[in-house]
Design a protein around this ligand. Structure first.
Ligand SMILES: Cc1ncc(COP(=O)(O)O)c(C=O)c1O
Length: 422
């Protein structure tokens, strides 16, 4: 028996066993074969996609990264690094405050102007990540538009789901890319309440495109706002890297464009681009924007340099698409079950978390090829996969090694699976 406070008594056996509960939660992941192991890697400046993996035994092994989202190798681009060095030398490390309290610098303003120009919008608003940009914006919109209903694609990213889930407003989930289902949902609601349709341009796990034009048509018909996540498209699609909405000349039909500075732009941070009034209202009401320290100036400087560079470097986008096409063709040639929607993402479906992890482990340990297994909840159970992200900095040698390794391992695992099934 233990005594706490004045006369309150607890039986020891009644107390919560927090450690046991943590053990149970972790054991569940092990049982389902989806306990996540982080691979300890070190990128070397100028060498990407080559990196060094510190193995569990402490040994260092050279590897090639095939699953990163630094899609164009911009995280190593000298223009970006120079801009970051200059800003660090000029201003120091952090921003020292929230945007409201001393954390707005010329670097933040310059980057927002660069992004507004990228999307042809009046202005842009920076966040510390695209996750926060989605969550903060979508959870704030019902405060600005009382009674707002958000119509959200069922495969929207977790950050959008979170924002919609906890915003206190109403939501309707439409089947993935199913415009007819969305129409049914819109028709069932009061025509006079505010509405917003939220979707993505490239869905990152299958690599399929959203039907942007048809969604915009529905939005026009039903008087809804449009919100698009272009996280897996900015920098990579469109004449200047403005995403699929730029490529398809649809940016003007989207009210709020969300993007990241952490993937094709190779740095960190997220944003929305929209009208002055929209950004002004989000800036003023979104806790995820207001109550957090702004990005370090050097990060903003590097991101601005990256966005500007990619506006004028379409050849990198072309090389990126070519690399994806070559890898898809070669993996298909081996008969691998590959999803191909014509985007840059190359998902090979394994369909079982344990097998996916085994193949990933063998690729890493035996071939020095790093591709992280993707499993639930990132993708539905039964569709566990290896998601390859070829880039312009993956050379022909690396591609050959990957294709040969997949050929060898796939046959090996198919045999094992057949034996297990038998
Ligand atoms: C579709 C989508 N939206 C948003 C994000 C979040 O982006 P960030 O890494 O900038 O937070 C991700 C990240 O993987 C994503 O896949």
């Amino acid at each position: 028996m233990c005594r706490k406070g004045q006369g309150t008594e607890y039986e020891l056996e009644d107390r919560v066993d927090y450690t046991a509960q943590l053990d149970t939660a972790i054991a569940k992941l092990h049982e389902e074969g989806r306990y996540r192991t982080f691979i300890d890697i070190e990128r070397t400046r100028g060498q990407f996609p080559h990196a060094v993996w510190t193995r569990p035994d402490g040994e260092q092994q050279p590897i090639t990264v095939w699953c990163g989202n630094d899609y164009l190798g911009m995280g190593q681009n000298p223009v970006v690094l120079e801009a970051m060095h200059e800003a660090v030398d000029a201003t120091g490390a952090g921003s020292g405050g929230t945007r409201n309290i001393s954390g707005t610098t010329v670097y933040h303003k310059r980057l927002e102007a660069e992004l507004a120009d990228l999307h042809g919008k009046e202005t842009a608003l920076l966040f510390t990540s695209a996750y926060i940009a989605n969550d903060a914006t979508l959870s704030t919109l019902p405060k600005l538009f009382p009674g707002l209903i958000i119509y959200s694609d069922e495969l929207n990213h977790a950050s959008m789901i979170e924002g919609v889930r906890r915003n206190g407003g109403s939501k309707r989930i439409f089947r993935h890319n199913d415009v007819a289902h969305l129409r049914e949902l819109l028709e069932a609601d009061d025509p006079n309440v505010p509405k917003l349709i939220a979707f993505e341009s490239v869905y990152s796990m299958d690599g399929d495109f959203g039907p942007i034009e048809e969604l915009c048509d529905l939005a026009d018909e039903f008087g809804a706002l449009t919100y698009i996540d272009e996280v897996h498209a900015v920098g990579m699609y469109g004449a200047r890297g403005g995403g699929v909405t730029e490529r398809d000349h649809l940016a003007h039909r989207i009210d709020i464009i969300n993007g990241t500075l952490a993937k094709a732009y190779g740095v960190m941070g997220g944003y929305i681009a929209a009208s002055y009034k929209m950004c002004d209202a989000i800036r003023s009401y979104a806790p995820g924007f207001i109550f957090t320290t702004s990005l370090p100036p050097a990060v903003a400087a590097g991101a601005a340099a990256s966005v500007a560079y990619l506006k004028r470097t379409p050849e990198l986008r072309e090389q990126h698409q070519t690399q994806s096409k070559i890898l898809k063709t070669r993996l298909k040639g081996l008969g691998l079950p590959l999803i191909d929607h014509g985007s840059h993402i190359v998902p090979v479906i394994v369909g079982d978390p344990v097998h996916t992890k085994n193949i990933s482990d063998m690729l890493l340990a035996d071939y020095g090829i790093y591709v992280q297994p993707i499993n639930f909840p990132t993708v539905p159970r039964g569709t566990e996969r290896l998601r390859f992200t070829p880039s312009p900095v993956h050379g022909p040698d690396e591609m050959n090694k990957l294709v040969h390794a997949m050929d060898a391992l796939w046959s090996h695992c198919a045999l094992n699976r057949a034996e297990l099934a038998g």
